[in-house]
Design a protein around this ligand. Structure first.
Ligand code: COA
Ligand code: MG
Length: 287
């Protein structure tokens, strides 16, 4: 089976200052964690949170979960110290807030280049400023770039938008840029964390747009995102039948098959194989 990149269905923010939440995350079925030093941590708490997070990540215990650390912006008084402390641990990724253009990424990539422990550390970008959205294609191709996170709260604030519909252009523009560059793209958070139906609806919409997953703020949101962004049993079954039908057609010298009254060409088979590889990667992560 074709190998799939690791899943990012559920990407949970954890304030780097909250010891209990940091501990709890070790037991949650999340694909990825964003350990936050930026907006979820007050200015007074930032230096202590940085030290505690560095010690916590150094001690490990997060298993297969992808570890992404959101540092403060390099234009703040905390950004560089955050980056230095975190690079020394060499997490999977460093997430930069309020990225406006590729130069923001290049500067951080250069800093990481000087730290051997961070040789494999990638950079993810918060897409949450008007300028950043306009520069999405160049940002996605900047050095070490591996993922976009939609910062829909900041974006709504900057644009003056009051609804998700008003942000569609920005969301889709970033998805286009991410796909063109071959990087991950995860949807913004759903603020009403007790509204399960609302979250499920927004996850379904995000999945249909093409996002890899959703950023989350509370453990109660995890299972809903995991379910929404995983291939369903029906999708897996259809994928298997499409592959089988196409292979049978090919054996008879035909390039097209029909399944459930719909045409299946080699491009549909490629999508079907991707679906199975995703299901496989999710099953492996859960093991
Ligand atoms: N990650 C991991 N664990 C979390 C968590 C998170 N994001 N949010 C809450 N928890 C834990 C709590 O520590 C608590 O654990 P316990 O049972 O061991 O005590 C449990 O889940 C239940 O928490 P609950 O009481 O329902 O939530 P709360 O009222 O303490 O906090 C929020 C609600 C929204 C303030 C909190 O979920 C939070 O800080 N979320 C992250 C916000 C963030 O990072 N924002 C920045 C990006 S938008
Ligand atoms: Mg933000």
């Amino acid at each position: 089976m074709e190998s799939a990149p690791r899943p990012y269905r559920s990407v949970l923010y954890i304030p780097g200052s909250k010891e209990r939440a940091l501990e709890k995350a070790k037991t949650l079925p999340v694909d990825a964690i964003i350990f936050d030093l930026e907006d979820a941590v007050t200015p007074e708490e930032k230096p202590a949170a940085r030290n505690m997070l560095a010690a916590t990540l150094g001690a490990g215990g997060y298993g297969n979960r992808a570890q992404i650390v959101r540092v403060n912006g390099m234009d703040t008084e905390w950004g560089r110290a955050d980056l230095q402390a975190i690079a020394a641990i060499g997490p999977e990724a460093v997430l930069l807030p309020k990225v406006n253009g590729p130069a923001d990424i290049a500067a951080v990539a250069q800093m990481l280049d000087a730290v051997p422990a961070a040789a494999h550390t990638t950079i993810w970008a918060m897409m949450e400023t008007a300028e950043g959205i306009l520069n999405a294609a160049a940002i996605a191709r900047a050095p070490r770039m591996a993922g976009f996170v939609m910062g829909t709260n900041d974006l709504a604030k900057e644009l003056g938008s009051r609804t998700r519909a008003a942000m569609l252009t920005a969301l889709q523009h970033c998805l286009l840029a991410a796909r063109a560059a071959g990087i991950v793209c995860v949807d913004g958070v759903y603020n009403a964390f007790k509204d399960e139906d609302g979250l499920a609806a927004e996850c379904a919409e995000g999945r249909d747009f093409g996002f890899d997953g959703k950023t989350l703020i509370h453990p109660a949101q995890v299972e809903i995102a995991n379910a929404a962004f995983a291939p369903s049993e029906a999708e897996i079954d259809l994928a298997r039948r499409q592959i089988a039908a196409f292979e049978a057609a090919e054996a008879k010298g035909q390039g097209v098959a029909v399944v459930d009254g719909k045409i299946v060409e080699n491009l549909h088979v490629a999508t079907a194989r991707k679906t199975l590889a995703r299901a496989d990667a999710i099953a492996k992560g859960a093991a």
